[in-house]
Design a protein around this ligand. Structure first.
Ligand code: C2E
Ligand code: CA
Ligand code: CA
Ligand code: CA
Length: 276
């Protein structure tokens, strides 16, 4: 028994050790990834649910690791946030996304009406140089601020709400739109939602993709859509995978959505082919 206990302990340590090594490797590789241009952007269409018309794209970053292959943002964004590397990486993403949309708008008149939606982490949002930086990116790329939407998560309001809202006000004053991402999963922000400088509520895909799996998912989804309507905000459903989910969301009065039913995140080339 003693021996068994000992080997379990060793195995456990080995696992922890491997995780720690992987984490260190990831951190080091992440530091070099920007210079080595290993990041690429994917574009997932956001569509008008009643007509199927394209409304814009959400930008999703991918990391092409030279040995490990494609690493999911869910795996490296948290490390980038912990190390502060998210700030330079995030700047690159914003710059590349705005440049891409500006290029599409020059080449295709139809792209003038489209919005590009970029995920922002809390470290970026609270960075004091964000406003100056965004102004500069818009100026350099020539993208109108009205074409840019920034997605922030509900959990960011657990920090200093008034400081976050002051920053949001500066962004919306520029003409940029704000979406609250993963809405419904964080701690309840209902009591101050009406005071926030935001435009859209994105219903988390955990509710939408499993819409009929529980009454709770149906109720939460309907409530968010009605709440958005009452506050004069736009509801965006993410993770729409089936026709049934689409029809239910339409019946609830949801105008915008995205998901595998329409498109997975696409390469720039494929995304471009949907515009013209
Ligand atoms: P998110 O912002 O909630 O993005 C939506 C995620 O859902 C994306 O995963 C997308 O590929 C996936 N998705 C889209 N439609 C469907 C669907 O119909 N079914 C299912 N099951 N999934 C769907 P992805 O690309 O792996 O991104 C994961 C998360 O990483 C994002 O969640 C976001 O929080 C973060 N992230 C991605 N790109 C960036 C970025 O440029 N900056 C920052 N700060 N975070 C990013
Ligand atoms: Ca998002
Ligand atoms: Ca989301
Ligand atoms: Ca999410």
């Amino acid at each position: 028994a003693k021996q068994k206990g000992k080997s379990c302990y060793t195995l456990f340590n080995q696992k922890m050790y491997k995780q720690a090594i992987w984490r260190l490797e990831l951190e080091n590789a992440l530091r070099q990834a920007l210079e080595r241009q290993e990041f690429t952007l994917c574009y997932q269409p956001i569509v008008i649910l009643t007509t199927g018309e394209l409304a814009g794209f959400e930008v999703l970053v991918r990391w092409q690791h030279p040995e490990k292959g494609t690493i999911s943002p869910a795996d490296f964004i948290p490390v980038a946030e912990d190390t502060g590397l998210i700030v330079p990486i995030g700047t690159w993403i914003l710059q590349a996304a705005c440049y891409q949309m500006a290029t599409w708008q020059i080449r295709f008149p139809a792209a003038k009406a489209l919005k590009i939606s970029v995920n922002l982490s809390v470290k970026q949002l609270t960075d004091s140089s964000l406003i100056t930086q965004i102004k500069q990116i818009l100026q350099e790329t020539g993208l109108a601020s009205q074409s840019l939407t920034l997605e922030i998560t509900e959990s960011m309001f657990m920090e200093d709400i008034s400081a976050i809202n002051r920053q949001l006000k500066r962004l919306t004053a520029l003409g940029i739109q704000i979406s609250i991402d993963d809405f419904g999963t964080g701690f309840s922000s209902l009591s101050y939602l009406h005071r926030l400088s935001v435009n859209n509520l994105k219903i988390d895909r955990s509710f939408v993709s499993n819409l009929f799996e529980s009454h709770r998912n149906l109720n939460v989804t309907e409530t968010i859509i009605k709440l958005a309507e009452q506050l004069g905000l736009e509801a965006i459903a993410e993770g729409i995978e089936t026709q049934e989910q689409l029809h239910q969301l339409q019946a609830f009065g949801c105008n915008l959505g995205q998901g595998y039913l329409f498109n997975a995140p696409l390469s720039a080339e494929v995304a471009e082919s949907l515009i013209a």
